[in-house]
Design a protein around this ligand. Sequence first.
Ligand code: FES
Ligand SMILES: [Fe+2]
Length: 365
Amino acid sequence: MKRVSTIGLDREAYFSEHWHTREQEKVFSNNWSFAGILGDVRNNGDYICTNVGRNPLFVIRDEHGVLRAFHNICRHRGTVMLRGKGNIANGIQCGYHCWRYELNGELRSIPQQTKQFSLVDKSKLSLHPATIEVFRGMIFIHPHPTEAPDFDQWLGQFEEHLGPYDLTELEEVHSIRHPLKANWKLFIENHIESYHLWYAHKNSILGLNHEDQVNYYYNGHWSFFQPTLVPGKMAEFEKYIPSQIIAASEKWYGSGDHLLYPNLGVVSGAKFIAILRAIPLTPTTSEIEIRVFGKPLGIDEADPGVYYEAAGSSEEFSVNMEDIDLCELVQEGMLSEYGGVGALARDYEQSIKHFHEKYLSEMSS
Ligand code: FES
Ligand SMILES: [Fe+2]
């Protein structure tokens, strides 16, 4: 078999079942994962499902308004019970044999218990809990009930780099889920490298000064800022930029991009914040969830502003579609025995090296 010399991750990391299975366990099951926003579970009984690694989980607001996270697995024979999102104020019922659970996870009833399960102690078969934390309206969960890493330490400097955005004060102005015929890591690598901004988005991302970018690396996460270029735009931006950001650094007016390792991209613009989640499905397919929130800090109209301006069209999200197309082309190339990474830009692709280092350290643990 012909082999060419490459750098970066082994090509198989992008298509083999073995790597996919291992990263589900080593990467996703050991990190905090974004599950949704507080607005998804506003009322008692509201729930939202998500998968973290191989763990189906759900977040629910119980009858006392307490937010809880559980493994979405019936304690009878292990059936997944809930799908998507919705409201189940009357309790959680498994669709297989109708075991019912309280919203706090306790097993409430077993059909035919007296005859068929006379020795079963219901108090021992509550749903398995997961760990939950909320940050600025974003819900994060960890599959382990007691040994999740400290959330604040995991988050690191994200709070200071994010600026003052709080999703509880914003409105969701757009959301989309898009299939990606590529491994999730290719979407993340695209999100965190700025080398392509000059070329792939030359007609779609305008008015930002890519050369004056700043990058921060912490805990496997990444934050990046680029200031605006367009003369005359500054005054318009200032009108919308939360004063805290200007006070923090005058360079930070343009656009912020972030990665919360492993798979949550965040984009923070002057008038919006967007969440881009790369959800792995199979070794070569993923789903991209994009949610955009606007109306920061006293602005009257919900307006995703510069994001849509930059994207060219609020309907098509052309920037994201450009990236999705490119990721699928890289995926196709990765399958070739002649494919792989030949070189990385010293500055503008350094983030990919950091991402690989963190990823490999977890994969080999
Ligand atoms: S598997 Fe859920 S009730 Fe039987
Ligand atoms: Fe891009």
